[in-house]
Design a protein around this ligand. Structure first.
Ligand code: SF4
Ligand code: ZN
Ligand code: ZN
Length: 276
């Protein structure tokens, strides 16, 4: 869809200027197109506003039609499980150098300039539903700043994801919280053993017993539906021209994360597990 922009053509002959509201500056369309192109470089974090900008994409298409003819081949580099961006080098096969450095700074308590870190989320364990090779259901803990990171770590560990929950979610008015119940209505307790979660059904709780917390199931969606969701939710507007990890695991195979990028002909998706 074309974004409507008001242009001035009276400033420099042969150039069109417009007011970039994001940068609060009067720019010519060529400068905007260049900024947008540079913003696609994963190392240009300071140009993040341009990367997500549909006006920049539009101007780039006008100034560089030769680059639009064939769908640009996105980077084949692996994608960071945390920030979701591709990087040619991964630390431990999972984290890009930028996320690794942020984690090191967080551990140290300050960044390269000596300032305390803001907005850093410590990775914490998320419960992820997985199927073992014999098809039996289990739940495992994987660290992540967000749930997608934990799911990505689970599939990279070679596990198949499952969105099954350990029981029915029932509201307990007395405790003012949801809890899991089995088919006989017994409340479930959670035991963690070496990163694996086991559930125990009890007829009644004893003092000190805490019901298992109700958490989100694995977000599995067939890649074709992820395209629709990205379009409808507007999250697809934030995609660039390189593969980016989405919040969804692949509902087709359960063994990969859905990656997406945006080209002129729309959003493209793939499964990191290789099923599509
Ligand atoms: S890409 Fe968008 S934010 Fe960047 S200069 Fe162009 S209009 Fe402004
Ligand atoms: Zn990263
Ligand atoms: Zn898949």
């Amino acid at each position: 869809m074309r974004v409507s922009v008001e242009y001035r053509t009276d400033l420099v002959p042969g150039q069109r200027h417009f007011e970039c509201t994001n940068l609060r500056a009067l720019l010519d369309t060529g400068a905007c197109a260049d900024r947008w192109q540079r913003a696609m470089d994963p190392d240009m974090e300071r140009l993040i506003t341009c990367k997500r900008c549909p006006i920049g994409r539009q101007h780039h298409a006008e100034h560089h039609p030769e680059l639009q003819d064939t769908a640009r081949q996105p980077e084949r580099a692996p994608v960071c499980v945390r920030c979701g961006r591709p990087a040619t080098r991964m630390i431990g096969g999972e984290i890009c150098p930028s996320c690794f450095n942020r984690a090191a700074e967080a551990k140290r308590g300050y960044n390269a300039r000596g300032n305390p870190l803001r907005d850093y989320v410590d990775p914490h364990p998320h419960r992820v539903g997985v199927l073992s090779s014999d098809g039996s259901q289990g739940w495992r803990l994987f660290d992540g700043q967000h749930f997608a990171e934990s799911m990505a770590r689970a599939v990279r560990a070679g596990l198949r994801l499952s969105d099954k929950q350990p029981g029915r979610s029932v509201w307990n008015a007395e405790r003012q919280q949801f809890e899991y119940r089995d088919e006989r209505g017994r409340v479930l307790l959670e035991l963690e053993i070496g990163g694996h979660i086991e559930y125990l059904a009890l007829d009644r709780l004893h003092p000190g017993d805490v019901p298992a917390p109700v958490t989100m199931p694995a977000l599995l969606m067939p890649p074709a539906l992820v395209v629709l969701w990205l379009e409808i939710s507007g999250e697809g507007d934030e995609l660039g021209v390189d593969w980016h990890q989405t919040s969804f695991a692949c509902g087709q195979c359960g063994q990969g994360m859905v990656h997406a990028y945006r080209a002129l002909d729309g959003i493209h998706v793939r499964c990191s597990g290789g099923c599509c």
